[in-house]
Design a protein around this ligand. Sequence first.
Ligand SMILES: *[C@@H]1O[C@H](CO)[C@@H](O)[C@H](O)[C@H]1NC(C)=O
Length: 282
Amino acid sequence: MRRAAAFLVLLLCLYWTRAQGESGGVTGNDITQTEVQSDILGVIATSDQTNITPDIWAELKELRDMAIKHSVELSNSKSKMEKLEQENTAIQARLTASENEMVKLKIENADLQSRVTTFEDRSSVLEARMNTSENEVEELKSENTDQPKVAFSLGLTNSGQVGPFNTDITLKFSKVFAHLGQAYSPTTGLFTAPVRGVYYFSFNIMDQRKNVWTGVYLYHNDKRLLLNDDYNDEHANNRISNSLALQLEKGDLVYMVLPAHRSVFDDANDHTTFNGFLLFPL
Ligand SMILES: *[C@@H]1O[C@H](CO)[C@@H](O)[C@H](O)[C@H]1NC(C)=O
């Protein structure tokens, strides 16, 4: 192609020179018309006319082929581009869907998190309450375990009448129905409070003698709490009973005393008894 263009430019130059010669422009030069003509012929001889034409056609054909090729490539690219655009649209749609899903999930997650937080709060409140309850249960358990078990229920004797004596005597109950905590001594007749607390006591006495006074004292340490007595003027069996609750310090004594000149009776039928138990410690 470049060769053809160069050749055309050369031809134009030569014709222009020749025209100048004919009009006498180069008359003064050493170059004669004959030399120029022979130059042209020389050039023509070297650039054979039969070789030029096929070259141009070939170049044109090549150009056309290239154009066709480019056109095809362009068309391919275009369809590829369209395909890519479609894919891109699809991907964008999926992306949007994913983003929406993500937003939804985020909201759900926040909701779940707040529910979890609420649950945790409630759970720690419950745990605190449970801890309190457990501690209380433990306290109650240890209170229950530590609480001394104190209870006695005693009969006086199987040998019948006791008294009368010239002085007051402490009654010594020797028959055991129940005796937990061993706080009563049948030897001394004294109940000794093992712990500070509230205790409950009750007694029954019976006398068979007629036309005499019977009666009994209940002592708290050296303090006489009560005198219960009665004159037996009609029936053989005269009975007295009473009960009371006492607040005692540890080591306090409680006991029953037969006053001087009084008597009580007991046998296997257990007419005369003394009972006591710890209600609760303090
Ligand atoms: C409950 O008790 C446990 C064990 O003593 C303790 O680790 C926990 O912190 C307590 N919880 C609360 C809420 O007080």
